[in-house]
Ligand binder design. Structure first.
Ligand SMILES: O=c1ccn([C@@H]2O[C@H](COP(=O)(O)OP(=O)(O)O[C@H]3O[C@H](CO)[C@@H](O)[C@H](O)[C@H]3O)[C@@H](O)[C@H]2O)c(=O)[nH]1
Ligand SMILES: [Mn+2]
Length: 753
């Protein structure tokens, strides 16, 4: 397949040194350590708040070490797709998986646009296949894809003929591009025609599922009597590139895996495993058979292609890394097209993606797998390690194969094929026939007793299946690479409001803790396997999203405690300069970074504020959820993030306003705020309880900390007095009130005893 003919490298990787970052990072670390040291030697100050603050600060310091190490030696990769065709005889096939799971939270028009952008990629069409996994078992999604495939027959040639850059029609025809200003009459005509067709398509699929035309015709009959949690496997080839034309429309296949009530389906990880495995020669487990492409691209339904040449860029990395240790997966960054100005909900994570999740980790063993925008090598998904490849031990015995992948001879054939990185010749592929065979066989329960979800495929251990799946690959010794072509490869839809942000972060926090407490924990992976030490620190950086909220909540309680009991947790003498310098340095440094990236001061402040709000609410709830899971009280659930094609209009002032609902996710924040308010009230009204000895005295700095927190929680403060969706529900306020009272009583007990 990849016969290197040309000597020019397909990609180059360069490491950067940001000296200013290293200096600032180190200063902050030194100040943190000084603070810890000061606390230790100040024996006279030892007290409960002093001790709790010390523990929290130990945690923050550790967190800073994770951050610092991860962004210490960033690297970026440059790819040369124009050299690709000179260096390989034939481009490899790529299977593209798009997952969707809810036709309300993820409107079909979004999935349709993603699929259309995929079908029109600049890559030989007969080398691409697009599989859409529908966990909602929705006839509407199926119908929408059918309509989209008809539209694709016009759209794909149009894009290729005029070398269109943005191949998701809703972006192409978006408001700032809705006039066709050109002198080329032919293009104008076609442009108008396409626009018209796309508008028809959007109208057609924006219907109530019940009123879908032809619902009872043969194609749809299978959807009758199904619910999203109880239905057989449904596989339909919506479009087949029968003649395997190079410039046609790639295969488009719809799959809704079998689901039965009470049987765990493992959310997205389960869906992905079915896709990888589905159409093998015999079972309904899929793409192994139809195309069995050696590479796969995995996209969430809202992640549209933004650079039509992206597959070629990714192939540069895969094929260019031969001879050295191969790359297991190529991750492209997550960027968003729906970005509210100044990032009011702090969910665009520009800094994080720039310095840590992106270049930072790329300079180590490689970026983390982020669930979407990622190309995988199929044999890695099947559990191979680089050593297996090196030693040529990628031939498992029949017994091992059975135990790992399940007892189907035909599946084994397809897996052996994949492990040896062979592809099917195009003549072997008959989509229709395979599907007929595949749907006859029940597929549920196939994975029982096999290693699917445990050692191979997407790992079920955590609801952030992506991070744990990538972790297992790094632990086996694989590298990964970051692919950042210009323009950026994919763009998606960021959560449109703080409700979606909260639910997403809560899932992440819980999932990260699940990873820490499972057998794939990065600590074991470094000690017993091949996760490099600094990559381990990188994984700990993200796992800390689950732990840090607890420390943050404790710290804010310490502040209130000190004010209520008239004690202190910050140094009284010269030592106070340590935290003061720390705060100044940290804020100046982060503000500088925002400005240097061309972001505004407001964006910086919004992110600072949200770094107190989101973790302390959603993250803390995630922490509690994990605690309950560890105690065996409840299990964790994957809540889908709501997506909107145009979630807000530019002049919608309310788009940036904070909204609340009755969910418990807002309880920690409401309580923290009420606590601070109560504490200040107690102080002002002179009701402070005197500390144990005379020199206990809450100073100005403790008050300042509290006021700072209240300023961060301004949206909550406003929420206390608003009604409707902008107000914190009374039930949450009362629960927060009760918790606050309990806390105050407890505080007073500790000092009066
Ligand atoms: O039972 C399910 C639940 C979700 N999904 C799909 O999973 C994807 C991600 O879900 P989303 O609600 O968009 O979650 P995000 O928080 O935006 O996703 C990030 O985090 C997830 C892990 O928490 C990863 O799976 C995603 O790839 C990553 O983009 C979507 O395409 C869903 O359709 C399924 O296929 N089946
Ligand atoms: Mn998403």
């Amino acid at each position: 397949m990849a016969n290197p003919k040309s000597v020019l490298p397909l990609y180059e990787k360069n490491w950067y040194k940001y000296n200013y970052k290293r200096v600032f990072d180190s200063i902050i670390l030194i100040l943190l350590l000084l603070l810890l040291g000061y606390r230790l030697i100040s024996v006279n100050d030892y007290s409960l708040p002093w001790f709790v603050a010390f523990l929290c600060e130990c945690w923050f310091t550790l967190g800073w070490i994770f951050t610092m190490s991860t962004q210490w030696s960033p690297a970026l990769v440059k790819t040369y797709p124009e050299r690709l065709l000179q260096s390989v005889e034939e481009l490899p096939a790529v299977d593209i998986f798009v997952t969707t799971a809810d036709d309300k939270l993820e409107p079909p028009i979004i999935t349709v646009n993603t699929v259309l952008s995929v079908l029109s990629l600049d890559y030989p069409s007969h080398k691409l296949s697009c599989y859409v996994s529908d966990d909602a078992c929705s006839p509407l999604i199926f119908y929408a894809l059918q309509q989209a495939s008809s539209f694709a027959k016009h759209w794909v040639p149009f894009c290729k003929k005029y070398n269109v850059q943005t191949r998701a029609p809703f972006r192409y025809f978006s408001d700032d591009n809705d006039e066709c200003t050109t002198n080329n009459e032919e293009f104008r005509q076609e442009w108008l025609q396409m626009k018209d067709m796309y508008e028809n398509l959007s109208r057609d699929i924006d219907v109530d599922p019940k009123s879908i035309p032809n619902l009872h015709e043969s194609d749809f009959a299978i959807f009758s009597n199904t619910t999203r949690t109880d239905h057989p496997a449904i596989i339909k080839a919506i479009w087949e590139n029968k003649e395997m034309v190079e410039n046609g429309v790639p295969h488009l296949i719809y799959i809704s895996r079998e689901k039965r009530p009470k049987q765990p389906h493992h959310y997205k990880a389960g869906a992905m495993n079915v896709l990888v495995n589905f159409l093998n020669p015999y079972w309904t487990r899929v793409s192994g058979l139809i195309t069995n492409a050696p590479f796969m691209l995995n996209l969430d339904c809202d992640m549209i292609v933004n650079n039509p040449k992206i597959v070629q860029h990714a192939m540069c990395i895969f094929l260019g890394s031969r001879g050295e240790k191969e790359v297991a997966f190529v991750q492209c960054p997550q960027r968003f097209y729906t970005s509210l100005k100044d990032d009011p909900f702090g969910n665009q994570m520009t800094m994080t993606y720039t310095f840590i999740l992106g270049a930072g980790l790329a300079g180590l063993q490689g970026p983390l797998y982020c669930g979407t925008n990622c190309f995988h090598r199929r044999k890695v998904i099947y559990g191979l390690s680089p050593d297996d490849v090196e030693n040529g031990s990628n031939k498992l015995s029949e017994e091992e194969l059975k135990q790992t992948f399940g007892a189907s001879n035909d599946l084994m054939k397809s897996i052996i094929h994949a492990l040896e990185e062979r592809t099917y010749s195009t003549n072997d592929i008959n989509v229709k026939k395979t599907i007929e065979k595949a749907t006859q066989v029940a597929c549920h329960g196939y994975e029982y007793g096999t290693f699917w979800g445990k050692q191979v495929g997407w790992i079920y251990e955590s609801i952030v299946e992506d991070i744990v799946t990538g972790l297992l690959m790094h632990a086996r010794g694989w590298r990964s690479e970051l692919c950042t072509p210009n323009p950026i490869a994919f763009v998606g839809c960021a959560p449109g409001d703080n409700l979606a942000t909260m639910s997403q972060f809560k899932r992440w926090a819980t999932g990260m803790l699940e990873i820490f407490f499972c057998k794939h924990c990065p600590i074991f992976a470094t000690i017993f396997a091949k996760l490099s030490f600094r990559e381990f620190l990188g994984y700990m950086w993200i796992i800390n999203w689950g732990f840090n909220p607890f420390a943050q909540v404790c710290y804010s309680c310490v502040i209130a405690y000190c004010i209520i009991t008239n004690s202190y947790f910050l140094p009284k003498d010269w030592g106070i300069y340590i935290p003061i310098l720390l705060v100044i340095f940290y804020n100046v440094y982060t503000l500088y970074e925002y400005l240097a990236l061309g972001l505004s001061t407001k964006a910086w402040w919004n992110n600072e504020r949200m770094s107190k709000i989101t973790p302390m609410n959603a993250g803390f709830c995630g922490f509690i959820t994990m605690l309950l899971k560890l105690l065996g009280v409840s299990s964790t659930v994957f809540e889908i993030t709501k997506k909107d094609i145009a979630p807000f209009s530019e002049d919608d002032k309310n788009a940036t306003r904070y909204t609340f609902d009755k969910s418990l996710v807002f309880l920690p924040g409401t309580t923290v705020l009420l606590l601070q308010l109560t504490a200040i009230l107690i102080k002002m009204s002179g009701f402070q309880k005197q500390g144990l000895s005379g020199n206990y005295e809450c100073g100005m700095v403790e008050m300042l900390c509290s006021v700072y927190l209240i300023i961060c929680y301004w949206p909550f403060l406003k929420g206390l007095f608003e009604t409707g969706k902008y107000g914190i529900p009374l039930s949450t306020i009362s629960k927060g009130g009760i918790l606050t009272c309990l806390f105050v009583i407890l505080c007073r007990r500790t000092v009066s005893g």
